[in-house]
Design a protein around this ligand. Sequence first.
Ligand code: G6P
Length: 611
Amino acid sequence: MCGIVAYIGQKEAYPIVLKGLKRLEYRGYDSAGVALINNGLQVYKKKGKVAELEDHVSSKDMRSHIAIGHTRWATHGEPSDRNSHPHVSGNGKLAMIHNGIIENYAQLKQELLSKGHTFKSDTDTEVLIHFIEEIQQNNNCSLEEALRIALKRVVGAYVIVIVDEDHPDTLIAARKGSPLVIGVGKGEHFLASDASPIVEYTKEVVYVNDYEIAIIKADELILKNISNEIQTPYIQKLDIELAAIEKGGYDHFMLKEIFEQPQTIFDSLRGRLDAKKGILTIGGIREHAEMLSKAKRIIIVACGTSWHAGLVAEYMIEELCRIPVEVEYASEFRYRNPVVGPGDVIIAVSQSGETADTLVAIESAKQKGAIILGVCNVVGSSIARLSDAGVYTHAGPEIGVASTKAFTAQLAVLCLVGLKVAMLKGSITEQRFQHLLDELENIPEKVAATLKLNDRIKEIAAKYKDARDFLYLGRGYNFPVALEGALKLKEISYIHAEGYPAAEMKHGPIALVDENLPVVFVATRDSYYEKVVSNIQEIKARKGKVIAVITEGDQVIPGMADDIIVVPEADELVAPIISVIPMQLLAYHIGVLKGFDVDKPRNLAKSVTVE
Ligand code: G6P
């Protein structure tokens, strides 16, 4: 949700910031801008992708040793040149980039208007930089002091970075609620929303904490809290490699990430699962495992694809552990004043670990006495840090906006957690426990086999790409897979798609069925299989086109479906990790065949750091 980048040091700042913006474009891409100091403050911004900004400044003198850059996902004000960041103070000396939302901006704007300020944009960001300028002028104080005073009045979430024409040797940044990483180089510093723009220059980073202000020069980094007390920066080593954030020969990040799944699932199990010895070790929950097994109930909170992983986990954990599980949209859970307290365990599932709805949901549950278990992909992310215990998914950086490899890693990890708790609780037989460990261990290989169906799925995509709507149906463990299939298609091909429990379909969506409606059935062999076969017949009786994902050896569905995708057999509890692969590939190919930018679908952002 907006990407920010900044550089200060001996090198040319603009090329570094531009490259960083391209790496962060997955966070938002409706407009982009940069500010640098070269004969005074220069600000360039453009609606559209970063490449358009690059064209726009191609003939300009961009030399500078300090620069800030921003790629935007619009909240306040439509995507346009004038609403793009950086925003500038009234005297034209300060430029600011911002990720987050200033909730009380309307009130601040009113105050500033009455004092004669005028605004060029509709953004909350421009209000904040004017507010800081106003404080600085009234108090005749430094920018740092003015920022500190301003932030005490600001309600909302932010990362901001400011350059000041009068101090071209200093960047000032502050964080509350949105992520900020500072890369520490030799005589240079890099700032960014995540580590991806930094990793090729330095592996030493500082994660700025909430309510901290950073004063950054080429060779000096000072961190202070909002009460002006100096904080010691905690320098950490980045554990990602540059290759992990590049396309590596694939046409799109999404395809690369789909194809990485045998490895990423393996990575999420590595060191935790030893099927031969029948051992399951999850370091991140060791101290809380006993308490987890005694939980009154488990509430899973998440958004988007992670919410779908939560739904699968509900089926898994209830079956394995016999503990009641509820799965909640984080945004709804937080605001309906839920009944939650000691004895409840909240599992927060989030790829980025920064999703604002999930973050505030767990903050309030924690205050009420619940224990928080984080299942995150990004190490050191806000949700991971707020959690009492956690298990990282280890899927590596996910750049494609539509989540793929993070989902399968979440399923693998949530299954491990369910098994661990079941074992402690004694709610699973030793035989079933061992069987599921074996099944999990074999999953990467079966996913690799499923990926070999890519060409077949591309043909199916070509056949149905012009459909106006799609229906996705499944039951039991495959119901959330149907939801995820529909979400993937919507996100990247802009075709309307609905996911539904296959049985519930007859209570409404069946009215949509005719010879033009493709219906994707996730119909692998499981305890619901016979019932799903009946549902397929109901669709065929109304001339719907059936695309069925089935298990190898199935003799029945091939005679009924228009198209089949045959995947390896697996226990129903882990089968979603396999059956979701064709969903991802089908959506990918339809999106590409329709000519869309599947890595950056319109209106979406990878990491939604606003509520
Ligand atoms: C955004 C992304 C989705 C993602 C959701 C939750 O909407 O576009 O792909 O599933 O956020 O993100 P999280 O990082 O919390 O898993």
